[in-house]
Design a binder for this molecule. Structure first.
Ligand SMILES: [Zn+2]
Length: 319
């Protein structure tokens, strides 16, 4: 993979290439933008570009350095990725110890901190010091979809590069053309993932249409209210189900408001959606969407998932 294989981020890549070309690379970058649009991929390609043994702008992808970075085994490329968990001061201490040493075999040491908004107060303070003192041959790349949660003092010391989602029809075309997805699946993924290609590609092999439709059948189109036999879900599955239902009712709301049918997320179930839509007023749909968005918030606050699930089902049934 190389810069040219990353779809829809031409502007961000163009800026970075300009920096590379004019040797104006910043010591620290902050990549911001929605989840799943390619920020981490670009960080990886930039790590390759600054260390490539063959080329300067577009990594060659064949030299030892590029190959090691692609596989995640280059000793000078360090990734801090704690998922949703806090980035602790110990993580930053390891970074601080490493950044002082010269590159082991590459030209530049690169430190990528994913979900940088998860720095806690102590680690953010420690990290700020590193940003101020970082030696010339190292490159720091912070990646986040929630830059508002980062201290301004950190942001102001980074060169900010903004990433954006693809247009949905554009993503739909890419999924059909470059990934040979069927029309229904490509359309659903492009709209459900709101143009975020990384998320769409993560979901493309997961029988997502089938899974999506079983959530809609269970909650939105069920013929009777059966709270005894709810399909057991963990927190992540519940989040996905809520997002699917939000898409279903948002479709109704927007179609009622005049959105063209081709723009609906659930185009594969258009007939059923249009039929069910007749039973809801704007006010009722608004109430359901609020309920779902509150449920998503409660889910972040450790609410009992089973309870949430039966409340949701009862709420939708009430209509
Ligand atoms: Zn190379």
């Amino acid at each position: 993979m190389s810069f040219r294989d990353i779809k829809g981020q031409d502007k961000a890549i163009q800026i970075l290439k300009e920096h590379l070309k004019n040797s104006r690379l910043a010591k620290s970058y902050l990549f911001t933008g929605p989840e799943g649009v390619g920020k981490k991929l670009v960080a990886k390609q930039l790590s390759k570009a600054v260390n490539c043994q063959e080329a300067d702008l577009e990594p060659c992808d064949t030299c030892v350095s590029c190959l090691k970075i692609e596989k995640g085994g280059h000793p000078d490329i360090h990734l801090i990725d704690n998922g949703r968990d806090e980035i602790k001061i110990e993580d930053i201490r390891i970074l601080q110890a490493g950044i002082k040493l010269r590159p082991y075999e590459g030209k530049h040491k690169v430190f990528i901190i994913n979900n940088a908004h998860n720095l806690n107060v102590a680690s953010a303070n420690a990290f700020l010091k590193t940003l101020e003192e970082s030696p010339g041959e190292s490159l720091i790349i912070l990646v986040t979809d929630k830059p508002a949660l980062l201290p301004k003092t950190i942001i102001s010391r980074c060169q900010v590069i903004k990433f954006c989602s693809l247009q949905r029809p554009e993503l739909e075309e890419i999924l059909k053309k470059d990934y040979s997805l069927q029309n229904n699946l490509a359309h659903f993924l492009a709209y459900f993932c709101e143009g975020r290609i990384g998320r769409a590609l993560n979901l493309k092999d997961a029988d997502i249409l089938e899974a999506k439709n079983s959530v809609i059948d269970e909650f939105a189109l069920a013929e009777r209210l059966d709270l005894e036999n709810l399909f057991p879900r963990d927190r992540d599955e519940m989040r996905d189900s809520l997002n699917i239902l939000a898409g279903w009712f948002r479709d109704m709301y927007l179609i009622k408001a005049g959105l063209p049918h081709s723009e609906m997320i659930n185009l594969d179930r258009k007939a059923e959606l249009l039929l069910q839509m007749q039973h809801f007023s704007f006010l009722e749909l608004d109430g359901i969407l609020k309920f779902i968005s509150n449920a998503l918030l409660y889910l972040e606050q450790n609410i009992n998932v089973k309870l949430l699930q039966s409340n949701l089902k009862a709420e939708l049934w009430k209509q």
